[in-house]
Design a protein around this ligand. Structure first.
Ligand code: BGC
Length: 754
C-alpha cells in the first residue's frame, strides 16, 4: 500500500514537473493511432479526404469507420442546411441563433462575451452535427468601405487577438472546431479572388497576422482557411511562407487547412504550399494529385501529412451520431440569451446632448427610417443566418414603449437600396418589378413623398428617433462599398426631421463606419446600433429607454471622411473592380460554362495589386500619428454615467507589467466601463505608431461603486518585428503607459523602463 502511495506521489510529481503541452501539441496525442490508420489507407482513400464531398463536407475513411468532416458557416449563426450551389434544403429544424456581427461583438470589448459567443456557436454546431465552424472571421478592418468590415472584428490587432482567442476556446470547448478565416490579408472584397497584397514582413506580422497567431497559439484553433487573395505573389492557398513557414513551423500549428470555397488554384503549388483540403471541387486535389504521386512528382508523405492533420481534428472532435444530430431546433433559449447579452453590451453611444435616455415626459415617439424595420440576419452571402426569429429595432421600441404607455408611430423616411436576387442589377432578378420603397442606387436623393410623411409624423410627436446607416446589400461579401456616404438621401431626411422636431436621437444601423458629417449637425444624440443579432431590437430599446447604460466602445475609427483614412490618404485603394470571383464562378456555372472554360476565364482576369504602403499605420495608429482629426475615435463610447479614474500605480515583473488604479461610477445606475491601456515608446529608434493598445478590461460598477482595476500585459507584447534579424525584438528604453476611456481620451499616465 505504502509503495503504491509513493509511486502515485512520484507520478503526480513527475506530471506536475512535465512541461505543459501547448494547445497545438494536444492535437498530436493520437498521432500513433493516426499513423497506423494512414498505413492501412490506399492512395485513393487518402486523396478522397483532400477535397469536398458535398458543398459543406469532406470525406472520412468509410472503410475504417472514420466519419466525414462536416463544415458550417459561421461566424454569426450556424448556416441553414444547403444542397449543391448553396440552395436551401428547406429543413424545419435548422433555424439558428443570429448573433451580433463581428464589429458588434468587438464593440463589447469583452473577452467573456467572445468566449460565450464561440461557446454558443459551438453548442449549436453540435446540435446540427457539424465538426467545424467556418469562423471566426478575424482579418483586420483596413478599409472603412470593406465589404466584410462588418464581419471582421477590429482595426486593432490586440483587441482582435484577445477576442479571437476567446471565441476559439469557447467554440472548441463546446465541441466544435473553429476554422480561422481568411488567412491572410483578405482586407478588401474588390478583386478578392485575384488581388496580390504587397506588404512588408513587419506590417504583416505586427498588424495583420496577430489575431491569427494568438488564436492558433493560445486558443488552439484546429483549422485555418487560407484566403482567396495572393500575398506577395502567391495565392494564400499555396503560400509556403504563410502556411508552412509561419503557421506550421513558427506557430506550431498541428491542425488542418481548408481553402476558401473556390480558392484552390493548382495541384503541386497547393500540395507543397500547405493546403490540406480543396473546397470545393476535386480538379486539383483529386485524380491530378493521385497522378502527381504516381508519376513521382510528389512524394506520398506530403499527402500523408495532410491526412494526418485532418485526422488530428477528426480525433479531437467527436462526431455527432446521425440519430442525435438535427433532432431539435438549432436555436435554443440558452444560446439566444447569449446573443442578447452581447447585444446589450455592444451598443455605442457616440454623442449625447441630453435627448437620451428617452425622457419620462415623452408620450409619443416618431420612429423614422427603414433601418428600423429591416431584418439583418440574412444577406451578405456566406455570413447570412436563417434565424429562428429577429426583433427589429421598431419591434423592440414598440414592446418597451407599450410597457411605459408611450405611443409609437413609424414612417420609412427614405427608400432602401436592396440587391435583387443577390445578383445586383445584372443577374436573374434584373427586370423584376421595383418596390416603391426600393431605390435604384445608393446615391438616389430623398423621395419627396416619403420625406413629407416623415416630417409630418416628427412634428406631431414628442420625440423623433431616426434610424440611418447602411444595410446588407450595401455592406456585403463579394464587393466593397463605393464610399461611406449615408445612402438614399438620409442627410436630407435628418435635416428636415431636426427642423421639424429637435428632440431627436439618431441610431445608426450598420456594420462599418459611415460619413456622418451632415447627420451629426442635426442629431443631438447618436447611437451606433450595429447588426445586432436576434435580440438586437430588445437590447436597443433598453438602452434608449435607459433601463441599461450603453457600454459599447468603437472597435474602429469613424473618420470624418473616407479620404482621410490611411489607405485612401496614401492612394492605395480605389482600384477598378472586376466581378467577385466566387459570384462570377457561380454565375458562369449557372449559364452553362464548363469547368475548363471557367478556369480559362478566371486565368484571363486582370491581375490587380494592393500595396499596403501605409504600413503599420492602420486605423487610429494613422490618425494619432498624423495628428489628423476624426469624427469618433477608436475606443470611443459614452455612458449615462461618468467614471472617475484614480492615479496609476505600476508593478514590473520579469515578464510582465501590471498597472492598477481605482475606477469609480459617479452616477446612480449600474454601468460598465471599458478601461483601455495604450503604450507609447517616446525614445524609440524605429518607426512606430504614436500609441498602441496593449490591454483593456470591461468593469461593471453599481452606482457610486469604486473598484480597483488591474490591467496587465506581457513585456514580450512590446516586441517589434525586426527586419534585419527576421525575428521579434523588444527594444529597451522608456515606456509611457496611457490609461483612458478611448484612444483620444487618455486620463492617466505613468512611465517605466524596460
Ligand atoms: C467565403 C467564406 C465562407 C465560404 C463558404 C466564401 O465565399 O469567403 O467566408 O466560409 O464561402 O460559404
Amino acid at each position: 500500500m505504502k509503495k503504491i502511495l509513493i509511486l502515485a506521489a512520484m507520478a503526480a510529481f513527475a506530471f506536475s514537473c512535465a512541461p505543459k503541452q501547448t494547445p497545438q501539441e494536444l492535437l498530436t496525442i493520437h498521432d500513433a493511432e493516426i499513423n497506423e490508420i494512414i498505413a492501412q489507407m490506399t492512395l485513393e482513400e487518402k486523396v478522397e479526404m483532400l477535397h469536398s464531398k458535398t458543398n459543406m463536407s469532406s470525406e472520412g475513411v468509410p472503410r475504417l469507420g472514420i466519419q466525414d468532416i462536416k463544415y458550417t458557416d459561421g461566424p454569426f449563426g450556424i448556416r441553414e442546411e444547403n444542397g449543391d450551389g448553396f440552395r436551401s434544403l428547406g429543413w424545419t429544424l435548422d433555424s439558428a441563433t443570429y448573433f451580433p456581427t463581428g464589429s458588434a461583438l468587438a464593440a463589447t470589448w469583452s473577452k467573456e462575451m467572445a468566449y460565450k459567443n464561440g461557446w454558443a456557436m459551438g453548442k449549436e454546431g453540435r446540435l446540427r452535427g457539424k465538426d467545424i465552424i467556418l469562423g471566426p472571421a478575424i482579418n483586420i478592418q483596413r478599409l472603412p468601405v470593406g465589404g466584410r468590415t462588418y464581419e471582421y472584428l477590429s482595426e486593432d490587432p490586440v483587441l482582435a487577438a484577445h477576442l479571437s482567442v476567446e471565441y476559439t476556446k469557447g467554440s472548441q470547448d463546446a465541441g466544435t472546431a473553429v476554422c480561422l478565416k481568411h488567412f491572410a490579408l483578405n482586407n478588401q472584397e474588390t478583386d478578392r479572388g485575384s488581388v496580390d497584397v504587397i506588404v512588408d514582413e513587419r506590417t504583416m506580422r505586427e498588424i495583420y497576422l496577430k489575431p491569427f497567431e494568438a488564436a492558433v497559439k493560445e486558443g488552439g484553433a484546429m483549422c485555418v482557411m487560407p484566403a482567396y487573395n495572393k500575398v506577395n505573389g502567391y495565392y494564400c492557398s499555396e503560400n509556403n511562407h504563410l502556411l508552412n513557414e509561419i503557421l506550421r513551423e513558427e506557430w506550431g500549428f498541428k491542425g488542418m487547412t481548408v481553402s476558401d470555397w473556390g480558392g484552390t488554384h493548382s495541384t503541386m503549388g497547393a500540395a507543397l504550399g500547405g493546403l490540406c483540403v480543396q473546397m470545393t471541387g476535386d480538379n486539383y486535389f483529386g485524380q491530378a494529385l493521385i497522378d502527381s504521386v504516381r508519376n513521382g512528382a510528389l512524394d506520398e508523405s506530403v499527402v500523408d501529412n495532410k491526412v494526418r492533420e485532418i485526422l488530428r481534428l477528426r480525433f479531437a472532435i467527436e462526431p455527432v451520431p446521425e440519430d442525435v444530430a438535427n433532432t431539435v431546433m438549432t436555436s435554443q433559449p440558452e444560446t439566444q440569451k447569449i446573443a442578447y447579452e452581447i447585444a446589450q453590451k455592444s451598443i455605442v453611444l457616440l454623442k449625447n446632448e441630453g435627448t437620451l435616455p428617452i425622457n419620462k415626459e415623452v408620450k409619443k415617439i416618431a420612429v423614422i427610417g427603414q433601418n428600423a424595420v429591416l431584418t439583418t440576419a440574412s444577406g451578405g452571402i456566406g455570413a447570412g443566418v436563417k434565424t429562428l426569429y429577429e426583433i427589429t429595432p421598431l419591434e423592440g421600441i414598440q414592446a418597451r414603449a407599450a410597457e411605459a404607455g408611450v405611443e409609437v408611430v413609424y414612417a420609412p423616411g427614405y427608400k432602401n437600396y436592396a440587391m435583387r436576387m443577390g445578383w445586383g442589377r445584372r443577374g436573374p432578378g434584373a427586370g423584376a418589378p421595383v418596390d416603391p420603397l426600393v431605390a435604384n442606387s445608393t446615391d438616389e436623393p430623398a423621395d419627396p413623398a416619403l420625406l413629407a410623411e416623415a416630417v409630418a409624423l416628427a412634428k406631431d410627436a414628442d420625440m423623433v428617433i431616426f434610424f440611418g446607416g447602411t444595410n446588407k446589400s450595401i455592406e456585403t461579401e463579394g464587393s466593397d462599398r463605393k464610399n461611406i456616404d449615408l445612402p438614399c438621401g438620409q442627410n436630407e431626411v435628418i435635416q428636415a426631421l431636426y427642423e421639424a422636431n429637435p428632440n431627436l436621437a439618431t441610431v445608426l444601423i450598420s456594420g462599418g463606419p459611415t460619413d456622418i458629417r451632415v447627420l451629426e449637425q442635426y442629431s443631438p444624440a447618436i447611437v451606433q446600433g450595429w447588426w445586432n443579432g436576434l435580440e438586437g431590437g430588445t437590447a436597443l430599446a433598453e438602452v434608449l429607454f435607459g433601463d441599461i447604460a450603453p457600454s459599447g466602445k468603437l472597435p474602429f475609427t469613424f473618420p470624418l471622411q473616407l479620404q482621410d483614412s490611411p489607405a485612401y490618404a496614401m492612394g492605395n485603394f480605389g482600384q477598378k473592380s472586376s466581378e467577385d470571383l466566387f459570384t462570377l464562378m457561380y454565375r458562369l456555372d449557372a449559364t452553362g460554362y464548363t469547368r475548363e472554360q471557367i478556369n480559362e476565364y478566371i486565368a484571363n482576369l486582370p491581375k490587380p495589386e494592393s500595396h499596403y504602403t501605409e504600413g503599420l499605420l492602420v486605423g487610429y495608429r494613422w490618425f494619432d500619428t498624423k495628428n489628423a482629426p476624426v469624427m469618433y475615435a477608436f475606443g470611443h463610447g459614452l455612458s449615462y454615467v461618468d467614471f472617475e479614474y484614480g492615479d496609476l500605480s505600476l508593478k514590473q515583473k520579469k515578464d510582465k507589467i501590471q498597472v492598477s488604479f481605482t475606477l469609480k461610477n459617479l452616477g446612480d445606475m449600474e454601468a460598465d466601463e471599458v478601461a483601455q491601456l495604450y503604450v507609447r515608446r517616446p525614445e524609440s529608434q524605429i518607426e512606430r505608431a504614436d500609441k498602441e493598445l496593449e490591454a483593456f478590461e470591461r468593469v461593471t460598477l453599481q452606482g457610486g461603486e469604486t473598484k480597483t482595476v488591474t490591467l496587465e500585459f506581457p513585456i514580450s507584447e512590446l516586441a517589434h518585428w525586426d527586419m534585419e534579424t527576421n525575428g521579434w525584438v523588444v527594444e529597451p528604453g522608456k515606456v509611457e503607459i496611457l490609461v483612458g476611456t478611448s484612444s483620444d481620451k487618455i486620463l492617466k499616465t505613468i512611465e517605466t523602463n524596460i
